[in-house]
Design a protein around this ligand. Structure first.
Ligand SMILES: [Zn+2]
Length: 450
């Protein structure tokens, strides 16, 4: 049994159904689960660990619904700096083909460190490239050691250039081997229980790198085991053209025909959707990971986010891979989501609160979870604390503390608690030797492009 008491926060915002906000309050958690939220007289006076949250806003931890951790090794690659998606991919594939197990472990640690410092408590990664003996197990081991709630994708690519796909043949896998390994990873790692720290996702990469047969078989396998499904869809016009030419269908119709819609499915991006497609995906409660920075960086377009939310799609936020962002900052991503919708639809399009809701509850809905994303007794003790007495919030947080987390630029959080364990304290990662991690990562990144 272990207990945690966070006390004296300036504001606790729960994002519960009544949008409960409590001033000068705290949170008490036992064994990773919230027991009480409220003012001091309502909370136990003692705990195994006590955190003074004076000067902080406490809110649910942010949930990253789309990432490619391994790309932290190829951020800012000159050949990809100014390219759109397809040439950007073609520039990166030969380098990614040299990825090693050590590279997978290092990039997972770097991405998770950056995510935790920016307010993330649950991360979904889309790993789809497993060369040179690298495995998703390496990612899972690192996430467990760092104490992050993790949805690991056993993703895949199976159609190389010789069969009409975009990736080179040496980075794609045999389809039977992919499905066998998916079964193995689910059996070894997938935890369907409430408050699970590890879940497995099946995630063929995109329509232009896997076959329809693999998409269909992955959906059947995932549903047999109660796992979620994830893929890239409708990111660019190039992809739409590819689907029309190769399959005679637009991407959404193609995905739907293979069983790829519903509340257990989420797409990355979904930028180029027609109005009738949004209505259908809303009716089926299909999810989307909105990645505004990546969409801007690659010039992919502005996703019809407001229409997706209105139609009933589950919508969360993702940072996308670090080679198209090139950071993993979840509070920044909420800010970008808000600002980009304003570019398209005017200043009233999205509020700071709505952007934070997408990053928290929205992400939980996308991942199919009802135990994270908002704060209440019985929910996972996953929350963050952000100081509002800083340089960046000076003269701003006094007017509206919660909105200042989006309108003002927050370099990093001060507190990050995942499953009741303090992962960031006083703005520093707990149990992580960051200088050593960065030095190793830079060495590996240099070796990869050498
Ligand atoms: Zn992606």
């Amino acid at each position: 049994m272990s207990t945690l008491l966070v006390c004296d926060a300036t504001l606790v915002t729960t994002f519960d159904d009544s949008d409960r906000r409590v001033l000068n309050a705290g949170i008490f958690a036992r064994d990773g689960v919230i027991e009480a939220i409220g003012s001091h007289e309502l909370l136990p006076a003692k705990a195994d660990e006590v955190i003074d949250a004076h000067g902080m806003v406490i809110l649910p931890g942010l949930i990253c619904t789309h990432h490619h951790f391994y790309q932290t090794l190829t951020r800012n690659l000159p050949a990809g700096q100014d390219a759109e998606l397809f040439p950007w991919l073609v520039a990166h594939y030969p380098i990614w083909a040299k990825l090693t197990p050590e590279g997978v472990r290092s990039s997972t640690a770097i991405a998770l460190a950056e995510l935790m410092l920016s307010g993330c408590t649950t991360a979904a990664d889309h790993g789809y490239l497993w060369p040179n003996g690298s495995r998703v197990d390496d990612q899972i081991a690192v996430a467990r050691a760092m104490g992050v709630r993790f949805h690991a994708s056993r993703g895949s690519m199976s159609v190389g250039r010789s069969r009409g796909g975009l990736p080179p043949d040496d980075v794609v896998e045999d389809e039977a081997a992919i499905l066998r390994d998916c079964e193995r990873v689910i059996a070894e790692h997938h935890d369907p229980a409430r408050h699970a720290m590890t879940r497995v996702v099946l995630a063929p990469c995109s329509p232009f790198s896997v076959s329809p047969e693999l998409m269909r078989a992955s959906a059947e396998l995932a549903r047999k085991h109660g796992c979620s499904l994830h893929t890239h869809l409708c990111e660019t016009k190039d992809e739409e053209q590819y689907c029309l030419e190769k399959f005679g269908q637009r991407p959404v119709a193609f995905a739907e025909s293979l069983g790829w819609s519903g509340p257990d499915v989420w797409y990355a991006h979904a930028v180029h959707l027609a109005p009738d497609e949004i209505e259908r995906l809303g009716a089926s409660r299909t999810g989307v990971a909105h990645c505004p920075t990546s969409n801007m960086r690659l010039g992919a377009g502005i996703a019809p986010l407001l229409a997706q939310v209105r139609a009933g799609m589950h919508v969360g936020l993702g940072v996308d891979g670090s080679a198209s962002n090139d950071g993993c900052h979840m509070l920044d991503e909420a800010r970008q989501a808000m600002l980009l919708q304003r570019v398209a639809h005017g200043a009233g399009a999205m509020s700071a609160h709505e952007a934070l809701r997408l990053g928290t509850r929205g992400g939980a809905e996308v991942l199919g979870r009802d135990d994270i994303g908002w704060l209440a007794p019985g929910m996972a003790a996953d929350f963050i604390g952000v100081r509002i007495d800083t340089l960046q919030t000076a003269g701003g947080a006094v007017h509206d503390p919660l909105a200042s987390l989006v309108f003002c630029r927050i370099p990093q959080v001060d507190l990050n608690v995942i499953a009741g364990r303090v992962r960031v304290r006083n703005g520093a990662l707990v149990d992580v030797d960051l200088p050593e991690l960065i030095a190793r990562h830079n060495r590996l990144a240099r070796e990869l492009v050498a």
